[in-house]
Design a protein around this ligand. Structure first.
Ligand code: TTP
Ligand code: MG
Length: 524
């Protein structure tokens, strides 16, 4: 069966409308314009208006839009970039600290709009704002920004109105980022993460675009090659090409079983769904990192005093990050790259518990290391070094790394970004967090406003909170898996029923065969 036979727009749009139950979310994707270049221009305004490239080694990793207009491209060699644009100003982008700092500030602002923010690298974020739309009674008539190739066909589920309202919120978010940080961004507004990311890139820079579901297959088709679908990496693409799948249409209409043979059921199903613009993945709230560290490479170091000196510099840098994070680590790891006589190098790491903050209670935000604490950490690191390197013989190292981990989990952590702050009775965004001991219950009214799948996620997080009561549920008490029965029982009855129904549905899905999208297209 030829793909072209089935790829008329009528069929595509019908499928988009058929899967109307999938249009219930409003997702915004935010991508910072020429991120590193903007940060450099904000820190040094004299760079504004000039073509600017950010270099790492001999590559221009990004450049501002003035440089792009003169032919410079991301990932061009410096040599070629200077040939294209002799007036190109180059800034060194090897120290990522300033970019990380800006990325964190952006994340904090996005979190003030919705707790459901997922960070993707340093300069992209997904924000699920569905709960904000559902509770709004205002009707929005105008889309803010562009609309991607609007179709006359309007889905009956109300998604167009929700997305319009989403576009207004996206505009507010972008305005706030500009007003508070001076940073410009692009946004895509759609009913899933894949489509939001793709549509946001259709108008750049400093613009936003909304996609209504009736046009989603047009957007996907415009990518032409499967490798342009986010989520299909180079290894997967090579496999697809080996199967002769080198267009989006071919991926859509390849028999699912052929894909299953190559990729396994889960991935096969997923990539075929992506080729239709279907993406059920949720915005996963970005967690605090499990470890915080940094590494430093250098030509060679051959003495212990040099190692000590390097470790001290590195510790200063890493501890600044730990302080900013606010959690107290209980483990430290040293990474060493040793250079052998044969000129090949090997990385080795050793980890140990640290107890250098005795007397400081876990709920106090940690501060700078005092002299004693610093000495303790350096001594611990030197002990680890001696486990990796035999100092009685001659040795050379070309890299050292320090990383802290073993942070307290859940409510014990004074983590600033925890979703819990939205669901405790006394805290709201922009209000100071209450000490953990005073957090008693989550705010049920917030919980009730959430879509069911997100509510489930929140409940899963809430169930990690220490229970205030030790009372047991009766043995026949029906409660979804992974949810604290105590909390579950206190939910309004209709929410309990909804969660139970969802649990049942989940079980059914798990035992069902993968859904073959071809059923929508096969002529019988
Ligand atoms: P991108 O979002 O790809 O690029 P950008 O933000 O610079 O430009 P655009 O306006 O097109 O979105 O990447 C974000 C930052 O990541 C970028 O500023 C530099 C850095 N980067 C690398 O370090 N290595 C890379 O290979 C790429 C592509 C980017
Ligand atoms: Mg960007």
């Amino acid at each position: 069966m030829e793909a072209e036979d089935q790829s008329d727009d009528f069929t595509y749009n019908s499928v988009a409308i058929q899967s109307s139950e999938k249009h219930d979310r409003v997702i915004i994707h935010i991508d910072i314009d020429c991120f590193y270049a903007q940060v450099e221009m904000i820190l040094n305004p004299s760079l504004r208006g000039k073509p600017l490239g950010i270099k790492q080694k001999n590559i221009v990793v990004t450049c501002n839009y003035e440089a792009r207009a003169l032919g410079v491209e991301k990932l061009m060699s410096i040599k070629t970039a200077l040939e294209k644009c002799p007036s190109l100003v180059l800034a060194n982008g090897e120290d990522l600290k300033k970019y990380r700092d800006m990325s964190e500030k952006i994340y904090q602002i996005l979190q003030s709009f919705s707790p459901f923010v997922e960070k993707l690298g340093l300069d992209e974020n997904f924000i699920d704002i569905t709960h904000k739309i559902n509770k709004s009674s205002e009707t929005t008539t105008e889309v803010s920004g562009h609309i991607f190739q609007n179709e006359d066909e309007v889905c009956t589920c109300g998604c167009n109105d929700r997305l319009k309202e989403g576009s207004v919120i996206a505009q507010e978010i972008r305005n706030q980022l500009k007003a508070e940080l001076g940073i410009t961004t692009c946004a895509g507004i759609a009913c899933n993460k894949l489509l939001a990311k793709l549509v946001g890139a259709t108008h750049k820079p400093n613009q936003q675009t909304t996609l209504f579901p009736a046009s989603s297959l047009k957007l996907i088709k415009s990518l032409k090659h499967p490798r342009n679908i986010p989520g299909i990496g180079s290894a997967m693409n090579r496999k697809l090409e080996a199967l002769g799948i080198d267009t989006i249409e071919k991926l859509q209409f390849t028999d699912l079983f052929k894909l299953i043979e190559a990729f396994g059921a889960k991935t096969a199903n997923q990539i075929q769904q992506l080729s239709f613009g279907i993406d059920d993945s949720r915005v996963k709230i970005t967690d605090k990192p499990k470890s915080i560290g940094a590494e430093d490479g250098f030509p060679t170091i051959k003495t212990e005093s040099e190692v000590r000196k390097k470790l001290k510099c590195l510790l200063d840098r890493v501890w600044e990050l730990v302080e900013k994070d606010g959690r107290r680590p209980s483990q430290v790891k040293l990474t060493v790259r040793k250079l052998h006589a044969t000129n090949h190098s090997v990385r080795e790491a050793r980890q140990t518990a640290i107890d250098f903050m005795t007397g400081v209670t876990s709920n106090v935000t940690i501060g700078p290391l005092n002299e004693n604490q610093e000495k303790k950490v350096i001594t611990t690191l030197m002990n680890l070094f001696e486990k990796v390197v035999n100092c009685d013989e001659s040795w050379q190292v070309t890299l050292l790394g320090i990383s802290f981990s073993g942070f307290p989990s859940g409510i014990e952590s004074p983590a600033k970004n925890s979703i819990n702050k939205y669901f405790t009775s006394s805290s709201r965004p922009n209000e100071p967090l209450q000490p953990p001991a005073k957090r008693s219950r989550f705010d049920e009214s917030v919980l009730q406003e959430l879509p069911p799948d997100i509510r489930q996620e929140v409940l899963e997080e809430i169930q990690q909170l220490p229970s205030s009561s030790t009372s047991q549920q009766p043995e026949d008490f029906d409660c979804p898996k992974g949810v604290d029965p105590q909390i579950f029982r206190e939910l309004p009855l209709e929410i309990q029923n909804e969660l139970l129904a969802e649990e049942k549905k989940k079980k059914q899905i798990l035992t069902k065969k993968p859904n073959n999208l071809l059923q929508y297209f096969r002529k019988v």
